[in-house]
Every structure is written in structure tokens, then in C-alpha cells.
Ligand binder design. Sequence first.
Ligand SMILES: Nc1ncnc2c1ncn2[C@@H]1O[C@H](COP(=O)(O)OP(=O)(O)O)[C@@H](O)[C@H]1O
Ligand SMILES: [Mg+2]
Length: 597
Amino acid sequence: MPTKPYKKQNKRKLIAFFLKGSLIFYILSILCNLVFVFSTVLLPRIVGFTIDSVLDTVPVSGENALIASALGGVEYIRSHYHVVLIAIAGLAVIAGASKFLNLYIGSNADERLIQRMRNTLFSHIQRLPMSWHNKHRTGDIIQRCTSDTQTILTFISTQLMSLIMIIVLVAFSLTSMFILNAKLAAIAATFIPVIFIYSLIFQLKAKKHFKKCDEEEGVLSARAQENLSAVRVIRAFGRENYEKDKFNRQNEYYTGLWVRLLRYLSMYWSSSDFLAALQLLFIVAFGTVFAIKGSVSPGELIVFISYNTMLIGPVRELGRIVSNMSKAGVSLERIGEILNSTPEDYGQKSQPVHGDIVFDKVDFSYTEGVPVLKDLSFTIKEGSTLGIVGAMGSGKSTITYLLSGLYPPTSGKITIGGKDIRDISPATLRGSVGLVLQDGYLYSGTLKDNLGVFDSSMEEIEHAAKIACIDETIKGFSAGYDTVIGEKGVTLSGGQKQRVCIARTLLRSSPILIFDDSLSAVDSETDSKIRKNLLSEFENATVIIISHRITTVMNCDNIIVLSDGAIAEQGTSDQLIEQNGIYKKIYDRQISLEESL
Ligand SMILES: Nc1ncnc2c1ncn2[C@@H]1O[C@H](COP(=O)(O)OP(=O)(O)O)[C@@H](O)[C@H]1O
Ligand SMILES: [Mg+2]
């Protein structure tokens, strides 16, 4: 089901937006439920008038007369009383079928609704800019996509549906009761607000208890998780008993909370049962008096009581539903917050851009007031190679993010072939810049799936793998390119992973290639082989190589030494060695280390 792009809206419109496609099923489901309820309501009535008019001789009046005439009239029923049995059996079949349809259609509606919510959220999150992702923790986003959507689903499919049903049911029962006997109905009705308010107050309090339990469960599972991930450290430092006691204390506290909550709930149910029994007592007492006086027949009294039983359950339920409704409001707000964030406009993908890359007085900070790149200016000639070296945190990766348009510069501009990258659609820009990330991520799945994400042919995949010096390794696996990697499959070494990531980027055949420390886990021999392959296969590409290893960048046409977000030195390797600065120092350290090895 393709999801239309989401437009900003408030909570009520949000619900309406989510309900598109499932609303009709919900309505059908309610109708089936009403058929079910009314068929179960009719049953006691037939029994009632059978007792009164068929077995006894009380004159049939009101609605009972209607039902009796529908079944062929009292006289007919008296001689053919199997008609009553058939009517009862028929109603039971209708009740069963309508309940089935109610549940079946309802669950269908639920699945449609939650699918729409998740699809809308997911595709929106996919298009949100990096700056948004920076501000939100993954766990929180996942929670919004799973448990908040579930809360809204529960709200619509259970609470809202129940509310509608309860209102219809209460209105129907009360009306019928008033038609049967207005005085008795008035007595029954006076209890309704009392029972409702009583249950509402109780449920509101119970909600607080439930919330506390939820929170403490979170603390408990966090503690368990922390322990399991740190199990080595705990063993190594002999802290098992300390950790065990800590966990036990939290567990005991948590259990205590549940015991208190359950005691509270038992109290509620028993006291609320008592209230309901009290109401019934009043009805029976007055009903008997009225029956003796003759203003109500015994059959009518039985019908009246069965209506009343039908009334009390839903009224109690109403308190729980109303008290839980606010939960959905919070979830809607949390989801609305995501959906109302402005997504990135990818635009149309057109021909890749190529040309000289110019950083012109670029400033950048992730968080206001903490500059990461400072007044950065440099040019990379089309088709040349640039090496970037610098300490950890000096801003090397940030440069690549800016060039890929993942973040806009805070000030200054970046141009490719004279064109400001802000004027290039993200789709085109990302097709032009092939980035091999520092911590490349491979999806769980086969190697072919990972490499062929851009609809490449098998030959192209193998060719790219050869350039990245990973083809032989892959062919060494028994399943070759169909080898499953990730959690359920083969674990690749860091170097193998890096080379798969390189091959994956090469398959995009972007004119600009960036390798962000992508050869760090590869031995220097393979490193140099890969670079040689690259230069011969992608002569026309503009290449940026970021590395800790001097030998990796040594042969670049130009090298930038980055320090604290600014250019400290710039030139060819020979020029930089001559300058006798930072580069020379790193060079000396690494080269002498390599020689000594
Ligand atoms: N997503 C981010 N949010 C906030 N600060 C960040 C983020 N990524 C990196 N930084 C900070 O920006 C600086 C430069 O980081 P980075 O470009 O990754 O450096 P390098 O690649 O040279 O190690 C560091 O101080 C780092 O802490
Ligand atoms: Mg980095």
C-alpha cells in the first residue's frame, strides 16, 4: 500500500489521516457488533413473552406483541410452540455469525490501520534530514514506531469502538427499560452515574500505578541488559554477588509494586460488584412490589433485569476506557512530532555533476556554538586526488558529510563545477558523490544483495569486487556471492567488510569518490593494490582519501593536514615533508615504524 506524503496536521486530522482505508471496515465491524448485540437482546424477550403469553395467559402488549405477530401470532405459537425454539436457534446462529464477522472485519481494519501508520512514519523518517536524526535517539524513534502506534491502534480499535458500542447499548437498554416500566427504569438509572464516576476515579488512580510499574520494569530490564553486556567485566572483577544483590533489590521493589496494584484492583472489582449487586437488590425489591401490585408482569421483570445486567457491565467499562484515553493523546503527540518535522526534498535525480570541487570559507557546527569546521577553503581539481590527514575529531568525516549534502554548511559555500551544492537536488548530489563511510554498514542478507543495491549485473558486481580486492575472498566462501552475512550468517573481518563497502560504492560509478578511512583494517599491501586498481579504473574520478596511514595518502596530488577543523598544512607529500610540520612528524613516526618492522 503506497503511502501518500504526509502533510502537517493536528491530532484529530492525524487520526482521520491514519483511518483512511480502514474506517469503512471499522464501521462494518461496529454494524456487525450491533447485530450481535441486538440478537442477544432479542433472545430474553422471546423467552419473556413465551413465559407470559404462551404458557400463561397475560395479554401480550407493546413490543412483545410485535415479536409475537412476527412469529405468527400468540394463538399460532400456542399450538406450534416449536416456532419459538426455531426463532431462538435462528437468533443464536445470527449472533454467532455476526460476532464472527465483527471480529474478522475488525482485525482486518486493525492490520490496515497499523500498516498505514507504520508506513507513513517509516517513509517520513527515511526522508528526514540528518540534523533531525542527530537530535533523536534511535531507541526513541523505534519506540514511537512500535509502541506508540500500538497505543493508537488500541485506542481506535478497542477504546473508540467500545465507546461507540457502549453509548448505543446504554441508550438502547435504558430506552427499552423506560418503555417497560418507567419507575423501575428511573431507579436503575440513578445508579449509573454513581457506578460510572466510582469506576472512573478508581481507574484514574490505577493508571498511575500501572505507569509506575511500567517505569520500574524499564529500570529492571535496563539493569539486566547492562549486566549481560558487561558480563565479562563483572566476572573479571568478581562483582557477581554485588550485581546479583542490586538486581534482586530492584526486582523485589518491582514485584511489590505489582502486588500493591493487584490488591488495589481486587478492591475495586469487589466494591464495584457490591455496588452493582446493590442496584440489582433495589430493582428486585421494587420490581417484586410492582409485580404484586400488577403494574409489571413477572416476564417483564425478567426482561427488565436482563436489560439491566446488560447495562451495568458497559458502564463500569466506560470508566476504564475514559481513563485510558489520555494515553493515546500522548502517543499521538509523539508521532505527530515526527510527522510534522519537515522532510528533506530529494528532488529529481539527473545527470551526475562533476568538475572542480571548491570549499569557500566553510564554517560548520553540529550544535550551535561548537564550531567543527572553521573558515575552510580549498579546491580539488576535477580528476585529481586529495588526501586528508588529521587527528581524531579534527573534522575529516564532517567534510565528507557536507560534500554529500547530509548537512548544509553553517556559512560559506561548497561548489562542484561552479554550481553551489545547495542548488543541486540531494538525489543528484548523492548520485554524484560515492561515499565509503568510516564505519561502513552491511545489511544482513547475502553479499550479492549488499553489493547489488543499485541493480547491478553479476559481471559488474564481480568487477567492482575485483577492484576492491575482495572477489577472491568471496569466491573462497562455499556459497560465493550468495553467502549470507550478518547475524544469521558468516561474520566478515573488519578488512573484508571495508572492502565489500568499497565495492558497493564503486558500483554506483559516481564521478566523485570518497574513502573515509576505508582501508584502515586492510593490510598495507592490499591497501596499495586497491588504490592502484582504483586509479587505473577510475582515472577521471575525483578522489578524496582520508587516512591515518601516511602511505595511503602519500601519492595524492594534494594533501590537506586538518587540525581542529582548520587547514594546518597543504601540499604534495614532498612539499609537506619539506615544510617540516605536523605531516613530517607523522611521516617520520610511521615510516620509521614500518622500517623497523
Ligand atoms: N553527529 C554529531 N553531532 C555532534 N557532534 C559531532 C557529530 N559528529 C561529529 N561530531 C564532532 O565533530 C568533530 C569532528 O568529528 P569528525 O568529523 O567525525 O572528525 P574525524 O572524522 O576527523 O575524526 C568532533 O569533535 C566530533 O565530536
Ligand atoms: Mg572520521
